[in-house]
Write a protein that binds this ligand. Structure first.
Ligand SMILES: *[C@@H]1O[C@H](CO)[C@@H](O)[C@H](O)[C@H]1NC(C)=O
Ligand SMILES: [Cu+2]
Length: 247
């Protein structure tokens, strides 16, 4: 009894510290409306969310993992799967748990589902970047990174849906690439379903489109990086495609 009680206490401590060291997008404010995300560590049964399922707070550490598009599982929630409706040009703020990492870029992607996103296989979609931020000031080991700015901003990140984007059903995919451990990248991503409205007609051309997995590899020096070895280096090339400029 004593052993099992101690073991349970240790296990729950380990769980807490493990959870606190990582995380994901827990909610959104989309054009003024709050939407809760999927609740990780819980079954999808009975959950309703605009997010696809993601199961743990742990990072994906292999950039070629099949989980790279929308995190562990990425399954739709069936009848619980929802959309947020947002006009092109409006703002979406994603809120993470109290984010523990401050070194690395923030990237926001979208993908057109060409139909109902609920039926889409996220690894088959073509993703385009709508925003990115990397090393904002200073040098790689000691400077201010976008991820540090996210932490300073209540663990949140605000993005505008491109105002020229053609209406339709899209995913938005928030991605943090934490590079605080040398040569051991940590990818964190969550996907949510949006119905974009408006009178735009722009769609990204192929040079801006990538797949996940596919967009990154471990041979990318921005992914396999030791920032502590780069004192004085005040630039950082964010991986993946260029940001789609809209039109
Ligand atoms: C900080 O984030 C939480 C969600 O994690 C949100 O409910 C709260 O409104 C935010 N505070 C501010 C000042 O934006
Ligand atoms: Cu972590």
């Amino acid at each position: 009894m004593l052993f099992s009680a101690t073991f349970a206490a240790l296990a729950s401590l380990a769980q807490v510290s493990w959870v606190a060291a990582h995380g994901g997008v827990l909610s959104y404010n989309i054009a003024g409306t709050t939407y809760n995300g999927f609740v990780a560590y819980n079954t999808a049964t009975g959950q309703s969310s605009i997010q696809r399922e993601w199961d743990t707070y742990n990072p994906i550490q292999d950039p070629t993992s099949s989980y790279m598009s929308c995190n562990t599982n990425g399954a739709n929630l069936g009848s619980g799967q929802e959309y947020a409706t947002v006009a092109a040009g409006l703002q979406i703020t994603a809120y993470w748990n109290q984010w523990p990492h401050t070194i690395g870029p923030v990237m926001v992607y979208m993908a057109n589902c060409n139909g109902d996103c609920t039926d889409a296989t996220t690894s088959s979609l073509e993703w385009f970047k709508i925003e990115q931020a990397g090393l904002i000031s200073g040098d790689q080991p000691t400077g201010l990174w976008a991820m540090g700015e996210l932490v300073n901003d209540n663990s949140s990140w605000t993005t505008n849906i491109p105002s020229s984007l053609a209406p339709g059903e899209y995913f938005i995919r928030h991605e943090l690439l934490a590079i605080h451990t040398a040569n051991t990248p940590q990818f964190y991503m969550e996907c949510a379903q949006l119905k974009v409205t408006g009178s735009g007609s722009a769609t990204p051309s192929s040079e801006y489109l990538v797949k996940f997995p596919g967009a990154y590899s471990m041979s990318d020096p921005s992914v396999d990086i030791d920032v502590y070895n780069n004192a004085g280096v005040d630039t950082y090339t964010i991986p993946g495609p260029a940001v789609w400029p809209g039109n």
